[in-house]
Design a protein around this ligand. Structure first.
Ligand SMILES: *Cc1c(COP(=O)(O)O)cnc(C)c1O
Length: 235
């Protein structure tokens, strides 16, 4: 596969190398924490990158991709609909876009308020996997539900007919030690599992902090630049 890539896409071997390096680091971190890398899903976040990069990564064996803007995500999903891809929506979600996100996303990682839950819930539709995004900062402008609001939001998702609660999601704040931030995420996950034992997934860990996230139990890593290289300027 890598051979065919090197002839079809300039720069692809480099991409393969970066992917391989991240995969080895995940394996190593999992083993150091007596976990199996098989229990960890690598989601490659491809925002601002062209669909052709996603195609190259599928050739390299990646099937899970993350996007954070609806327009860009829906265009890529349409262009790549021939490929076996699970799309993960990881960006802040406006209620008026929620229904449209459902049309291509397999999983939404950023459920953070009641209006988004009701906008996503489409009785009769297939189950949509959802993560509750936690706000680990004091800033209400950042996406995510507050620590105190977790149980109430979980009840709303559990009561929805077409949503499946998978677990919690978070982004580590810039001004906090990531290991400590992810420890808070793990504690929130334990609270959620007391309500719904099957909601045991943890979406945490990005390019610079995924090793700490794995140590605190992350099951879904959202890794962008360490694999894709720097993002092109925002268009
Ligand atoms: C962009 C983004 C990522 C990936 O970030 P990198 O630092 O490039 O790995 C992960 N999660 C969310 C929510 C993002 O917006």
């Amino acid at each position: 596969m890598i051979d065919s890539l090197s002839t079809s896409a300039a720069g692809a071997p480099q991409l393969g190398e970066r992917l391989q390096r991240v995969r080895s680091a995940i394996d190593h971190a999992a083993r150091s924490n007596e976990r199996s890398a098989d229990d960890i899903t690598l989601i490659v976040v491809t925002k601002f990158h062209p669909a052709s990069l996603v195609r190259d990564l599928v050739e390299l064996g990646v099937n899970d991709f993350g996007e954070n803007r609806h327009q860009e995500a829906s265009a890529k999903a349409a262009e790549l609909r021939d490929l076996p891809i699970n799309w993960h929506f990881v960006g802040q979600l406006q209620s008026n876009k929620a229904k449209a996100v459902r049309s291509y996303a397999n999983t939404v990682h950023s459920v953070d308020r009641a209006s988004v839950v009701s906008a996503l819930d489409t009785p009769g539709a297939d189950l949509l996997d959802c993560f509750l995004q936690l706000n680990l900062t004091e800033d209400p402008q950042r996406g995510g539900v507050s620590d105190e609001g977790l149980e109430r939001l979980a009840e709303q998702v559990l009561a929805a007919q077409s949503l499946r609660l998978r677990g919690v999601m978070a982004v580590a704040p810039l001004d906090e030690n990531p290991r400590r931030a992810f420890e808070r995420v793990r504690l929130a996950s334990e609270r959620l599992r007391r309500m719904e034992p099957s909601a045991d997934a943890i979406s945490a860990g990005m390019s610079h902090d995924f090793v700490d996230a794995i140590a605190e139990g992350a099951t879904h890593l959202r890794i962008g630049s360490a694999i894709t290289g720097n993002r092109p300027a925002q268009g």
